[in-house]
Design a protein around this ligand. Structure first.
Ligand code: G1P
Ligand code: ZN
Length: 543
């Protein structure tokens, strides 16, 4: 086997976004594209010589081919060992767990998360550091820099490694260790949760449906929910990962997981339902007659986590991304623990988790997790919910009603405008940024603006400063609108508008969301001029 050095030159646009580098699959499959980026990762981490890495992905189109390239490049770089999930599959949280558990030098995860997959859809690659979390900005900046100066990459000339058989093989001098992608993760879940209580709940007739959306959590959910916890066969649906996710978006929201929403709203609703995304880090929680917003889910989990053995000693603190509703803040206040507000993106939680300042964290975009790994974790959230329900004996809807009675309710929705002209979207937010100082005191759609600013974050652990993290407008009475542009989209720009209002009048705790938020939605449009500027009558996605 021979190591060859291939001449290349920088390819534009290889800047990692909120969560690694995501591009259309044909772009990633283009000449030198993947190779340049992987070599840039090696450069950014000081080379891979002698190192041990984890490798896996969500099974989308090109996952298998890309894995072979990355293995050959790791071998050419002198890596000692790569631990790969069987068939190059690993959910993002399972990869995070392996990186930590095996004390490796990090890992490469192939995923574009909830974006669709296929020959004309999306692909992505990200690097996670030895703590198991997404590379911080300082590392992703170095990766990007390396992509702009690259002149060559090293790769081994070799046949494909057999990734279907468990065990060790070699590629040149490097050991390739193919592992069961589920085993270590399932063991971790068993250590955190009261599996006996969940087993008893299910044995007692509690019904559940988990939709794996043809993505990577299928094998994990089948093993844990059906084989270990005893849910009847068929409780996990769409459980076989497919390269194009069955032609859909593996995005657990009320649009893409509509069949699940219809199910819980219909006559045959199970007691509990859930879905996860392409790479298994997101979650959607539903119960009979109810879809739980991710922000509410985070608050409920924070309020009740002590019912799970792994969290029986209480929480050190909680953290949420800035646009996430402030429901969890009220729980933290009641418990007397710290609540951190971070920019969008899981990587900002890493320092807080590492420093032991936060135990639970979450984002409005269906991401919830804890210090058990350094990624958000879809199945973990499902299991914590099941643990809580098993111990409290309440229904999902009953749990929410009780929560709102205790803490009040942060009504919440997010409106997305997708594939906008990038220059237009940027100009719209630039313009609004300039008008922020004049907004306080103005009455817009019947609501008085209390304050308006652009969010910036000073990391309390390493002191790093992140500017430009979203424009926010607060209204008297606790309502809020946040505007920001997506950092994960692959076409044009996506405007995200986050809308929230707080209600503690016991008579208004179960009202329709769109009704409660109607004037805040109108105010958001007026403040940013969304309809005028975009020419759109309505958002593409409402979550
Ligand atoms: C989106 C979500 C964000 C999440 C990220 C990666 O990023 O909003 O919460 O961390 O995907 O899953 P965005 O496209 O908004 O930059
Ligand atoms: Zn994901």
């Amino acid at each position: 086997m021979q190591k060859i050095t291939v001449e290349t030159r920088p390819i534009e646009g290889q800047k990692p976004g909120t969560s690694g580098l995501r591009k259309k699959t044909p772009v990633f499959m283009g000449p030198h594209y993947l190779e340049n980026f992987v070599q840039a990762i090696w450069t950014a981490i000081g080379g891979v010589a002698g190192k041990t890495l984890v490798l896996g992905g969500d099974g989308r189109y090109f996952n298998d081919r890309a894995a072979q390239v990355i293995l050959r490049m790791a071998a050419a770089g002198g890596a000692a060992r790569v631990i790969v999930g069987q068939n190059a599959l690993l959910s993002t949280p399972a990869a995070s767990n392996l990186i930590r558990k095996r004390k490796t030098d990090g890992g490469v995860i192939m995923s574009a998360s909830h974006n669709p997959g296929g020959p004309d859809e999306d692909f992505g690659v990200k690097f996670n550091t030895p703590n198991g979390g997404p590379a911080p900005e300082e590392v992703t900046n170095r990766i990007f820099e390396a992509t702009t100066t690259i002149t060559s990459y090293d790769i081994l000339e070799a046949q494909d490694v057999d990734l279907s058989t468990l065990g060790e093989t070699t590629l040149g001098d490097m050991v390739v260790e193919v592992v069961d992608p589920v085993a270590d993760y399932a063991a971790l879940m068993e250590a955190l949760f009261d599996f006996d209580a969940i087993r008893a709940l299910i044995a007692g007739g509690f019904t559940l449906r988990f939709d794996a959306m043809h993505a990577v959590t299928g094998p994990y959910a089948k093993a844990i929910l059906e084989d270990i916890l005893g849910a009847p066969a068929g409780s996990v649906v769409n459980a076989v990962p497919s390269p194009d996710f069955g032609g859909g978006h593996p995005d657990p929201n009320p649009i893409w997981a509509k069949p699940l929403v219809d199910l819980v709203m219909g006559p045959d609703a199970p007691d509990f339902a859930a879905a996860s995304d392409g790479d298994g880090d997101r979650n959607m929680i539903l119960g009979r007659g109810i879809v739980v917003t991710p922000s509410d889910s985070l608050a409920v989990l924070a309020a009740n986590a002590h019912l799970a053995p792994g969290y029986a000693d209480g929480l050190k603190g909680v953290a949420r991304s800035m646009p996430t509703s402030r429901a969890v803040d009220r729980v933290a206040e009641a418990k007397g623990i710290d609540c951190y507000e971070t920019p969008t993106g899981w990587k900002f939680f890493g320092n807080l988790l590492d420093a032991g300042r936060a135990t639970l964290c979450g984002e409005e975009s269906a991401g919830t997790g804890s210090d058990h790994v350094r990624e958000k974790d879809g199945l973990w959230a499902v299991l914590l919910w099941l643990n809580i329900l098993a111990r409290s004996g309440k229904s999902v809807a009953g749990t929410l009603s009780d929560h709102w009675q205790t803490f009040g309710r942060n009504y919440y929705t997010r409106h997305d405008y997708e594939a906008l002209d990038k220059a237009m979207a940027e100009a719209m937010l630039d313009d609004l940024r300039g008008r922020l100082p004049g907004l306080p005191g103005q009455v817009i759609a019947g609501r008085t603006v209390e304050s308006a600013d652009e969010f910036a974050y000073d990391d309390p652990v390493d002191g790093s400063h992140s500017a430009g993290q979203g424009l926010r407008v607060h209204f008297q009475g606790g309502a809020r609108v946040v505007f920001r542009l997506s950092g994960t989209g692959t076409v044009g720009a996506t405007l995200r508008v986050y809308l929230e209002d707080f209600v503690d009048d016991p008579a208004r705790l179960e009202a329709p969301v769109e009704e409660v938020l109607a004037d805040i939605i109108a105010a958001a449009d007026e403040i940013a001029g969304i309809r005028n500027r975009t020419g759109r009558d309505a958002p593409d996605v409402k979550t």
